[in-house]
Design a protein around this ligand. Sequence first.
Ligand code: NDP
Length: 320
Amino acid sequence: MIAEKTGRSAEILSGKKFAKAIKEEVAREVSKLKEDHGISPCLVVVRVGADSASEVYVKSKVKTAEELGIISEHRHLPEDISQEDLLSIVGELNARDEVDGILVQLPLPKGIDEKLVLEKIDPSKDVDGFHPINVGRLSQGQEALTPCTPAGILDMLKRKGIDILGQNAVVVGRSNIVGKPMAMLLLQEHATVTICHSRTKDLAAVCREADILVAAVGVSGIITADHIKEGATVIDVGMNRLEDVEEAKGFFGEDELEKRLSTIEKRGSTLVGDVNARAAKEKAGFFTPVPGGVGLLTVAMLMKNTIKAAKMRRLGNVSE
Ligand code: NDP
């Protein structure tokens, strides 16, 4: 589906709606795995230290797992745990046969080598999809556990019936967590993919070629009307805090400005993406808002990855 531009504003892709659909499917699959194979999928989330954002994310992951019938375990470890002890805990989880998914919440405290910890996770239990084995499998087009945010975006594009094959896709950002895997997933779906980053020359000109534009930068409003082709699908991954009232006035249309200004007044800031919301609503065909867009898909995809990991490891396939 390619959006026809008719002077109306972009269709908003609600992360809540797509996340709900994914979660309903996962809940059905959990029941089926239990009934048909006696398997109770199990996810263990490891959190180290007292990072407050991590605490919120972990709680939401554990709660969602429980809602869907996935057994979940939250291992909260002290800030001063040694790297050796953390590695040995991951090793124990790898060895526990009933554990299907292991997630180590990032960031880890200073002094712990994240790379080493992530590589210690058994690739068949790596529900975040960050292990080099899974990254390699994804890049070779093999069945793999893929990072949740880009996997969620792809799932949403497909559910919505948005054309990918042969389309120009531009991904702004080249992180291992979002940008690179997003580009690989779109490539696998036969898009013509361009990856942009901080050294890209004339970002706006490259972005204007995009039928599908994914912004994963972490800079509020870096994508403006000048970057968006009429009717494009614009996916905003960024999560930034906007505090400046004057900036907010240029960021939002009349439909939401008042609410946002009141949030800034009450809380000192409002959550925004990388895309200027007013510009996207005026020019794009489809647009994911922040908040309420991509963020909600990530946790839902983590649950889907847990089921996928359970099926791949215990049944040897994902189609059961
Ligand atoms: P990183 O900081 O790891 O990567 C940012 C990327 O943006 C880098 O590749 C960087 O380029 C590029 N970049 C920076 N400045 C520019 C610029 N001026 N022009 C073009 N490219 C630029 O971030 P993440 O990928 O981890 O996250 C990106 C955003 O997405 C963040 O706001 C994060 O909070 C959010 N996020 C949201 C999630 C969700 O569930 N909704 C999940 C994960 C992230 P270079 O490589 O050259 O430095």
